[in-house]
Design a protein around this ligand. Sequence first.
Ligand code: XIL
Length: 661
Amino acid sequence: MRATKALLTCWLVLVLLSSLGVAQLRTAAARHNLFVGTAVNNDAFNNTSGEPLYRPTLAREYNMVVAENIMKFDALEPAQNQFNFAPADALVAFAQANGMVVRGHNLIWHNQIPNWLQNGNFNRTQLIAIMQNHITTVMRHFAGKVIAWDVVNEAISDNNGNPNPLRTSLWFNGIGADYITMAFQFARQADPTAKLYYNDYNIEGSGGKPDAAFQLVSGLKAQGLIDGIGWQMHQINPFTISSANQSNATRLQNLGLELSMTELDIRMQLPDDSTKQQQQASSYSSVVNFCLAQPACVAIVTWGFTDKFSWIPGTFSGFGDALPFDMNYQPKPAYTAFLNALGGSAPPAAPTNLVASPGNAQVQLTWTASSGATSYNVKRATVSGGPFTLAGTSTTTSFTDTGLTNGTTFFYVVSAVNANGESANSAQVSATPSAGTANFTLSAAPNTLTVNQGASGTSTISIARTNFTGAVTLSATGLPSGVTASFNTSPTTANSSVLTLSASATATTGAATVTITGTGGGLTNTTTIALTVGMGGTNNGGVTITPVVASSSNFFNEEDVRVANTQNVTAMSVTIVIQRTTGISSSGQYNTIGNGVTQGISSTSATITDTFNFTGTLTPGSGRIFAAQTSGTGTAHPTAGDTWSVTYTTGGQSFTQTGHF
Ligand code: XIL
């Protein structure tokens, strides 16, 4: 039973009724009767043009706010008995307008004390009067508007009782240890309806400081002066709730106190990275799960919400990124973990790839599903950008909008909906219904294509349209095994898309007919490509070279390079290098291709080099001869020392083969 939370129920019902479907953490938290809050940075809060997302994010996510600074002593009473409530009143008004409650932070603290007070050399009686006046004036001003006050903040020393359990401060030095009890008495008198809190850091676990805090609040509770304890929870990533936290929470709850996490942040050493973000997400989960498991835990308040406005980088050098939203107000993994721990989840993402295909007095819409969506809202406008009105809803990823006026251009967006709310709108598309028969045809250029194993080739698929401006979804069928097809855009409202056919190193070779199918607006059309898959690089592109010593005598030699190819070769250069042994000289060269071949012979004292350069198309065939002829003087020539090299292009790939005779 969350007896201490029962009083919140009326308030929660009101908030649930008034909250928009887009509320996130607060919606999930409300199901647990839990407040989820944040400290508000007043500069960001007031910079509505420079920080346009600050207020909307605040209002969407949180049902509790606390002023980061503007309700501290120096801000509210900058001169003695002269109170400046305007900034805090603006925050309170914003909270009320958005169904949020306000925590008051803080009344009595050793920091952020105005100069007149710090340097005023006031005696004990005067300090007590100043304290009473401040507490009374502030709490009465905000009575009924601030549900809980940090009456005393950070009063316990970090030195484990040495020399005193309490921190030395203006208040302790000037009044004595009983300033705390007095503060709570004045607070109780000023606004009996507000929850009164003691708030501090490093009192969450076990040890001297948590024990001192426990003693302090035990005494106050026995006098009926306190209602809750605030654990600030400024933690370091990665953080996990421990058994010490649990034991401490249990003894505090047993006193009858409520517990709030008042200043939660989980700072990480910069630079940030995804591992740290995941750890931080787990850390936030740990805190949220812990609070949910404590009957007395009524609030989780983070000390800011966007990493853009956080006290951490300015206070803990080298640390930052402690909060659930990043610098751009985008939710971090910590946010998702926070939300998930509360049992909430976000609305779906906006649908993508919305396509509008006009028909006769109608427009057909299709889109890509949003994960987790249960339905879609289809919205129509006659002006680009809206205003949009609901044209209909769909539980599938398509919708046909009928009864439209031909010749009018209609604009559409679609949003996705689930139990958590509605997504943002998709990108806008438009279509103009027309009475003319809508159609399109497809063609491919080139429509014959050779692609070698391990390589790819492209063809442009053109879409010729009549009375049809909708998107065409393209697909390829009839692909040989190992060949994949991709289109640079599909679905497309453009008039062409580039198809890339990619053959793996082991793709099935040979001829195939690839059918390109386009669908859109209820129409289906096709075109074909004659595809040949050639052999790849490891097979030398289907070219076989055979060196042949066609004639070998003491007076005449002929050494041939013979070529067989199984697919078109578009360039080939052949080099035959003959050693210039005693008496050897070139006596000629020839080839059996003829057209497109340029021949040449060059000599040095060491070699005779025959070259043949072919450009054109050498269609599949065999027995093509490139021959180098030499004459001798009666001595046998050692042909095995002569070499050949053939470089050629086939299927868009270049290959080189070499060897000797
Ligand atoms: C911090 C604010 O975040 C800063 O902007 C300010 O300069 C100093 O105070 N414990 C508290 C908070 O109780 O009031 C402190 O807030 C952070 C530590």
